[in-house]
Design a protein around this ligand. Structure first.
Ligand code: SF4
Length: 330
C-alpha cells in the first residue's frame, strides 16, 4: 500500500501501476488530506462559510468537496466569501488588511501542513491581528497506520510510507510497523525512481522474510525528523481523538490548538450548529481510503462520478486515488 496521495498520483501518472499490474497490486491508502476529512467537518466548514462577514480561506482542493447539503463552491455561488490561498501566511496578511471580516483558515493536512499553520498563528499574534483564526482538522499519520494494521480484514504485505510526512516525523516514528506488526515498510521520495526503489526494497524484505522500516528517502528524511518543525507543532497544538472519513474515530490522530491559543481557534470562537452529516450516496471513498476497494471497484467510478462531476472527495482532490486512476490509468 502506498499511504500518500502524492505517491498514488506518481504511481498512476508514471505508468508504474500499469507496468506492474500483472505482478503485484498497489493499493492506495488514507494519504489525501482532503479525502480523509470527515463529512461532519466538511459540513461544519460550510456552516462557517454561511456566517456573516466571514471569509473562508482555504487551499484549493477543499472548495469542490461535496458536503451533505452543499459545498464551498455552491456557497460561494450563493454569495459566501471563499478565497483560495497558497499559504496561511498570505491569509494572515489579508486578515491584516480586512479587519472588519473574520478570516478562517482551514487547517487541512498532515504533519507537513501543521508547522506553517502554527507559524501563521505566531504571525497573527505578533502583529496583533485579531480577526484571523484557524479551523484545525489536521490529521496525524502514525495513528491511522495503527488503525490499518489493526484491521483484521486488511492484509497488506508492505507499506510505501509518505516521504513528506516523514521529513517532519522522522523514520523512527514508523518503526512500530516492522517492530510490532512485522510488516516491511519503506519511506519513499516522489520521483518514479524513488517509488521503484521502495517497491524493490519491500520485495527484497519479503524474499528475505525480514521486516524493517527502511528510509529510502535519505536525501530529506532523518531518523528523528525535523526537530524545529516538531517543536512548533508541539507549542501550538495538542493531539486529540479525530474522525476520519472511512475510519471513524481514531485516538489521538488529530491536532487541536492548545487552550492558550483559543483566541485563534475557529472551533472555540464560532461554535456552529451542524446538521446531521451523511456521506455521498453510493460513494465508496471510505473503503478506498481503507484499502478495501480500488477506485475502479466503486460502482459510480467513471460513470456517475468523474473529475468534472465528482460525487466524493477522492475524485475531487488532485491527490485523491479516484482522480489519479481516472486521469492516468488504462
Ligand atoms: S469513484 Fe467517486 S463515488 Fe466512487 S469512491 Fe471514488 S469519489 Fe467516491
Amino acid at each position: 500500500m502506498e499511504v500518500c496521495g502524492t505517491h498514488t498520483t506518481v504511481i498512476a501518472k508514471s505508468g508504474i501501476k500499469n507496468l506492474l499490474t500483472n505482478y503485484l497490486e498497489l493499493r492506495s491508502g488514507p494519504g489525501c488530506p482532503v479525502c480523509v476529512t470527515d463529512q461532519s467537518d466538511i459540513d461544519r466548514i460550510i456552516e462557517l462559510a454561511r456566517m456573516p462577514n466571514t471569509i473562508i480561506a482555504s487551499f484549493g482542493d477543499m472548495v469542490r468537496v461535496p458536503g451533505t447539503y452543499s459545498s464551498l463552491e455552491l456557497e460561494r455561488a450563493r454569495g459566501a466569501h471563499v478565497k483560495i490561498f497558497y499559504s496561511p501566511h498570505e491569509a494572515v496578511t489579508f486578515a491584516g488588511k480586512y479587519s472588519d471580516m473574520k478570516i478562517i483558515f482551514l487547517g487541512v493536512g498532515f504533519e507537513t501542513t501543521a508547522p506553517a499553520i502554527a507559524l501563521s498563528i505566531a504571525e497573527a499574534e505578533q502583529q496583533r491581528i485579531k480577526n484571523y483564526s484557524v479551523l484545525s482538522v489536521h490529521k496525524l499519520v502514525p495513528p491511522v497506520m495503527k488503525a490499518l494494521l489493526n484491521d483484521p480484514e486488511l492484509h497488506i504485505d508492505g507499506f510505501i510510507l509518505p516521504g513528506h510526512v516523514c521529513t517532519i516525523t522522522g523514520r523512527k516514528a514508523f518503526d512500530f510497523i516492522a517492530s510490532k506488526y512485522n510488516i516491511p515498510a519503506v519511506i519513499a521520495g516522489f520521483e518514479p525512481a524513488d517509488i521503484l526503489q521502495a517497491i524493490y526494497l519491500l520485495l527484497q524484505q519479503m524474499v528475505d522474510e525480514k521486516a524493517e522500516t527502511i528510509n529510502g528517502y535519505t536525501r530529506l528524511v532523518h531518523e528523528d525528523g525535523n526537530i524545529k518543525a516538531k517543536e512548533i507543532i508541539g507549542k501550538y497544538f495538542e493531539p486529540i481523538d479525530a474522525y476520519w472519513r472511512g475510519f471513524g474515530l481514531i485516538p489521538e490522530s488529530g491536532l487541536k490548538l492548545k487552550t492558550v491559543y483559543s483566541d485563534y481557534d475557529a472551533d472555540e470562537r464560532f461554535p456552529v450548529k451542524v446538521p446531521e452529516s451523511l456521506p455521498p450516496e453510493g460513494c465508496s471513498c471510505g473503503e478506498v481510503l481503507r484499502g478495501k476497494l480500488t477506485p475502479g471497484e466503486c460502482p459510480l467510478f467513471a460513470s456517475i462520478c468523474t473529475p468534472s462531476e465528482p460525487v466524493g472527495p477522492c475524485m475531487v482532490s488532485t491527490e485523491g486515488a479516484c482522480a489519479a486512476y481516472y486521469n492516468y490509468s488504462d
